[in-house]
Design a protein around this ligand. Structure first.
Ligand SMILES: [Zn+2]
Ligand SMILES: [Zn+2]
Ligand SMILES: [Zn+2]
Ligand SMILES: [Zn+2]
Length: 450
């Protein structure tokens, strides 16, 4: 193996995408092997489903582990050609006429044994070129996987929040109407407070909008940087070991730098604005609600995986998969057809919950809640390590702090609207516009103990 590697052997170790010696080889379902990094790029450009670039057989998965056996063979082949390369005239020390077999990490240069023992290199860290090449290739593979992962994550965030600033502004405009509607039945002496609220809402709306635009621009910029770096490395990884050693060392700090300070997904939030006299007014309409408790072990798929909510193309799928027996759905024992009614529900015992009302006839229906026009709910779901609030009919994000303790539900069947109240903060979370209900409704509560 130390001599010439037979051409046939070399050919077997060739990636059929880049036509170079395999680097971080992965073997896909059909048995063909490619460089991990080439395959990522190929599949990103290719149409789905992913299939083999050679035989077109569809591949079930798209992420593969390194084929250790192939990696070992490639390493043998590389070492052989490295030795061949080092034995050439070009890599002979001019002074000592010896092969430069030593790599100096500090100067990033190749040295012969005698040069490496000279005073100049006394304090340096040296190792054999072979060892260094192996180590640098390993580093390179790691960095390429990490760069790819980072750029995928960045892209996912960009996709998720594609229309976030647009949704945010719509939300702020709607809140202007909500503030007016909330103050309207209150005492005229509160006009000043109303004006202040409207003013600070506008200010916050604009400043968050700018912030969202800025973060988005950073994400787009990061996408470009990560991509350029990936492509640069893709080129580097196909270079000879000697070239790799001389080039990569200088690049490593840059590769690490570009992966730092990844723009984080923004979580815009409107401040809670306490409304003087709100709770006094609502408590005048206080009713006690008794609930039927039911374990949702039959086919009520309330929210089909709310955690996968996306803003992509504005089509959003919200549902909460009850899957576990710890989810409970409760319906109020009485329905409401007229008058004003206010009740409170304790929500701080779970991360996932939904509070509100639903149409009587919806109760025994199966299917998801999301598309339903029969439910008017405030929904809280935990997604990774963050929670998000939504309202249904239509499903919309709520950019407001999660209420702790209790959520108040104010059903006003005279104006046929409904509001959700953050009891602890004396503030309005959301108010449906007048006239949304044209049918009797029943209180509803859904909770998950995780
Ligand atoms: Zn390749
Ligand atoms: Zn194949
Ligand atoms: Zn020398
Ligand atoms: Zn040195």
């Amino acid at each position: 193996m130390d001599m010439d590697i037979p051409q046939a052997f070399q050919k077997e170790l060739t990636c059929l995408i880049c036509l170079n010696c395999l680097m971080d080889p992965v073997t896909i379902d059909c048995g063909h092997s490619f460089c991990w990094s080439c395959l990522r790029v190929y599949w990103e450009k290719a149409e789905t489903p992913a299939c083999c670039p050679v035989c077109r057989q569809p591949s079930q998965q798209t992420d593969y582990k390194t084929n250790i056996l192939l990696k070992g063979l490639v390493s043998i082949a590389r070492k052989a050609s490295l030795r061949q390369c080092l034995s050439s005239e070009e890599h002979m020390c001019g002074t000592h006429k010896e092969t430069k077999k030593i790599f100096c990490e500090d100067n990033r240069s190749l040295l012969c044994l005698l040069c490496s023992e000279s005073q100049e290199h006394e304090a340096h860290s040296h190792c054999s070129v072979e060892e260094a090449a192996e180590e640098y290739r390993e580093k390179l593979c790691k960095q390429m996987r990490s760069l790819w992962e980072k750029s995928q994550e960045n892209q996912r965030n960009l996709d998720k929040d594609g229309r976030l600033s647009f949704h945010w502004m719509c939300y702020v405009y709607k809140h202007e109407d909500i503030i007016r509607a909330v103050y309207q039945p209150l005492h005229p002496s509160l006009r000043k407070e109303e004006k202040q609220h409207l003013g600070s809402l506008k200010k916050q709306g604009n400043s968050v909008f700018k912030q969202l635009q800025k973060i988005r621009a950073e994400m787009v910029e990061k996408r470009i940087q990560l991509r350029l770096m990936y492509e640069e490395l893709l080129e580097t990884c196909h270079k000879s070991d000697v070239e790799l050693l001389l080039e990569l060392g200088n690049k490593l700090p840059r590769i690490e730098l570009v992966q730092l300070h990844m723009p984080q997904r923004p979580q815009p939030k409107l401040s809670a604005r306490p409304v003087t006299g709100l709770m006094d007014r609502l408590n005048r309409f206080r009713v006690e609600i008794s609930f039927h408790n039911e374990v949702t072990n039959h086919n009520i798929r309330l929210f089909d995986d709310v955690r996968s909510v996306r803003y992509i193309h504005d089509s959003r799928y919200v549902s909460l998969n009850p899957g576990t027996p710890n989810y409970f759905a409760s319906w109020g024992t009485q329905d409401f057809t007229s008058g004003k009614h206010y009740w409170e529900v304790i929500v701080d015992r779970s991360w996932d919950w939904a509070v509100g009302v639903c149409r009587d006839s919806w109760i025994r229906k199966t299917g998801t809640l999301v598309e339903s026009k029969d439910t008017f709910l405030l929904v809280c779901v935990k997604e990774d390590d963050r929670y998000s609030l939504w309202t249904t009919a239509p499903i919309s994000p709520q950019f407001i702090a999660k209420p702790v303790g209790r959520v108040g539900v104010f059903l006003d069947l005279d104006s046929r609207s409904m509001s959700f109240v953050d009891v602890a903060r004396h503030s309005i979370i959301w108010r449906y516009p007048d006239g949304v209900f044209t049918f009797p409704v029943r209180p509803f509560f859904y909770t998950g103990h995780t």
